[in-house]
Design a binder for this molecule. Structure first.
Ligand code: ADP
Length: 428
C-alpha cells in the first residue's frame, strides 16, 4: 500500500530521444491507474521509471512518502508483471509461485500459506502440480500474477500483461484483474495501448501522446469531457464524429453553423465558453455516435452508405455533405428498424453532447486555455479510425528490454534475483 508521486518527471534516452516530458501526477494509495496511448508515447518508460528499471533524467518519483530516484528496484517494494510472463518451464506452478519467497528465505510454512492463498485468489489451486507447458495462455498469465502477489508488494506494476492473449481470453483476464484488484489492497499502475482495457480497469486513466500527458481523468471524464481532439478520437468506439464548423458569438450568446444549418448550444456549454471569453472562430465539432439521434423528419439529413449489425445495436454510416457521420442505433423493444442502402434518414445531435475544439490547437474550448499549454505542447491530431483501432487490436508492443528470459531470471517482478535457482528448503 503506497501512494506514488511523480513530480516533473522526464526521460531522455541517448541525450536526444525525449520519451517522457514533464510527467506530474499523484497516484493515491490503492488507486488503479492506467497509462494508455499509441505505441511509443512513453507509457512503458514511465512505468519502468517507477520500477527503477530506467533512470530518471529530471524530476522526482516518490513511493510511500520516500523519494526513490536513487533506490534500486529490489528495495522499492514493487512487483511487476510483463507482457512476456516468463515462467520456469521445468518447475511446477507451485514452485514458480513460491520461487521468489524461497529466494528470500521465507519459512516453508509461510510460503505454503501464501502460495495457496494466491492460488485461491486466482482460481488455479487445481493447477499447482502442473508444469507451465500444460497450461493455457490465460492460466500462465495467472501464475505470473500469482508470483507477483505472494510478495504483497506496496505497488503492482503491469506492462501490457494481456496483449499476448487472444481476444476472448483477454476479456476474461480483464475481469480477473478487476476481481484481483478488489481482493488485494495495493496501488496498481497498468500500461496498455487498448482503450477498452483502460476504460474498464482504471479508476483514472492517463492518456499520453509523444511523451506528453494529454489528460488525466476518470473513464467518465475522458469519455464525456475530453481535453483535446486527440483524447476525443482515441477514447471510445466507434470513434467520435468530427465536423468542420463555425462557432458564432453574438454578444453573450453562442451558436454553431454546421453544413449550412444553425445549431443551438446547450446553456451549460454557453456558460463555459463565456467564462473563457471564447470568440467566434472555426472549430472542429465532435459528437459521439451514441448521441446522434435519429428523428422522423426534423434536423439534418444523410444517406445510408453502410450498416453494421453489432448485435444489440447497429452502426449506421451516413453520407453527410462532405463528411461521414456514424450513428449508433440501439435495438429497442420496437420492431427493429431496417435501413436500406441510399435511404435518406433524418438526425439531430444531442446538444449537451457536442464538443467544440479549437481548429488551431485542438484544445477543448470549454476547458481552461491555460491547460492547453501544459497538457499538449503540440497541436494534437485526431488518430484516424483505422489507426485508433489498429492501436487497440493489432499493435504488437515491443517487449520491455528488462523482461527476464525464463532460463536466466525467472521472476517477472522488477527485483532482479540471483541467477541460480535455489531449490533447497530455506532455513527458517
Ligand atoms: P510505449 O510504451 O508508449 O510504447 P516507450 O516508453 O517504450 O513507449 O517509448 C517511448 C519512446 O522512447 C519511443 O520513441 C521509443 O522509441 C523510445 N525508447 C524507448 N526505450 C528506449 C531506449 N532504451 N533507448 C532509446 N530510445 C528508447
Amino acid at each position: 500500500m503506497a501512494e506514488i508521486i511523480l513530480n516533473h518527471v522526464k526521460k531522455i534516452y541517448d541525450k536526444s530521444v525525449v520519451a517522457v516530458q514533464d510527467f506530474c501526477m499523484e497516484i493515491r494509495d490503492q488507486e488503479f491507474i492506467v497509462l494508455v496511448g499509441p505505441s511509443g508515447c512513453g507509457k512503458s518508460t514511465t512505468l519502468r521509471m517507477i520500477a527503477g528499471l530506467e533512470e530518471i533524467s529530471a524530476g522526482e518519483i516518490s513511493i510511500g512518502g520516500k523519494v526513490v530516484n536513487r533506490v534500486p528496484p529490489k528495495d522499492r517494494d514493487i512487483a511487476m508483471v510483463f507482457q512476456d510472463y516468463a515462467l520456469y518451464p521445468h518447475m511446477t506452478v507451485y514452485d514458480n509461485i513460491a520461487y521468489g519467497l524461497k529466494l528470500r528465505k521465507f519459512p516453508r510454512r509461510v510460503i505454503d500459506q501464501k502460495v495457496r492463498e494466491a492460488a485461491a485468489i486466482l482460481d488455479i489451486t487445481d493447477l499447482l502440480k502442473r508444469k507451465p507447458k500444460a497450461l493455457s495462455g490465460g492460466q500462465r498469465q495467472r501464475v505470473a500474477i500469482g508470483r507477483a502477489i505472494v510478495r504483497s508488494p506496496k505497488v503492482f506494476l503491469m506492462d501490457e500483461p494481456l496483449s499476448n492473449l487472444d481476444a476472448k481470453l483477454r476479456n476474461q483476464m480483464r475481469t480477473e484483474i478487476i476481481k484481483l484488484r478488489q481482493r488485494i489492497k495495493t496501488t496498481f499502475v497498468y500500461v496498455t495501448h487498448d482503450q477498452t482495457e483502460a476504460m474498464t480497469l482504471g479508476d483514472r486513466i492517463v492518456i499520453m501522446k509523444e511523451g506528453f500527458v494529454q489528460q488525466i481523468g476518470t473513464p467518465r471524464q475522458v469519455f464525456h469531457d475530453p481535453n483535446n481532439l486527440f483524447v476525443a478520437g482515441f477514447i471510445g468506439t466507434p470513434q467520435m464524429n468530427f465536423f468542420e464548423a463555425q462557432l458564432c458569438r453574438e454578444g453573450e450568446r453562442y451558436h454553431l453553423e454546421l453544413n449550412g444549418r444553425r445549431l443551438e448550444i446547450a446553456p451549460e456549454k454557453q456558460r463555459r465558453l463565456l467564462q473563457y471569453n471564447v470568440q467566434s472562430q472555426s472549430v472542429t465539432a465532435g459528437i459521439r455516435p451514441e448521441y446522434v439521434l435519429l428523428t422522423d423528419a426534423a434536423g439534418f439529413t444523410g444517406q445510408v452508405e453502410v450498416t453494421e449489425m453489432m448485435g444489440s445495436n447497429t452502426h449506421l454510416h451516413l453520407r453527410f455533405g462532405e463528411d461521414e457521420v456514424v450513428v449508433l442505433v440501439p435495438d429497442g423493444d420496437e420492431p427493429v428498424r431496417e435501413f436500406s442502402l441510399g435511404e435518406t434518414v433524418h438526425f439531430t445531435f444531442h446538444a449537451e453532447r457536442i464538443h467544440l475544439f479549437s481548429r488551431e490547437t485542438g484544445h477543448n474550448l470549454e476547458h481552461d486555455p491555460r491547460e492547453a499549454l501544459t497538457t499538449s505542447a503540440q497541436p494534437p491530431e485526431v488518430p484516424s479510425e483505422p489507426e485508433a483501432q489498429a492501436v487497440a487490436e493489432a499493435e504488437a508492443p515491443v517487449a520491455p528490454a528488462a523482461t527476464p528470459e525464463p532460463e536466466a531470471a525467472p521472476e517477472t517482478d522488477a527485483a532482479p534475483e540471483p541467477e541460480t535457482p535455489q531449490e533447497s528448503a530455506p532455513t527458517p
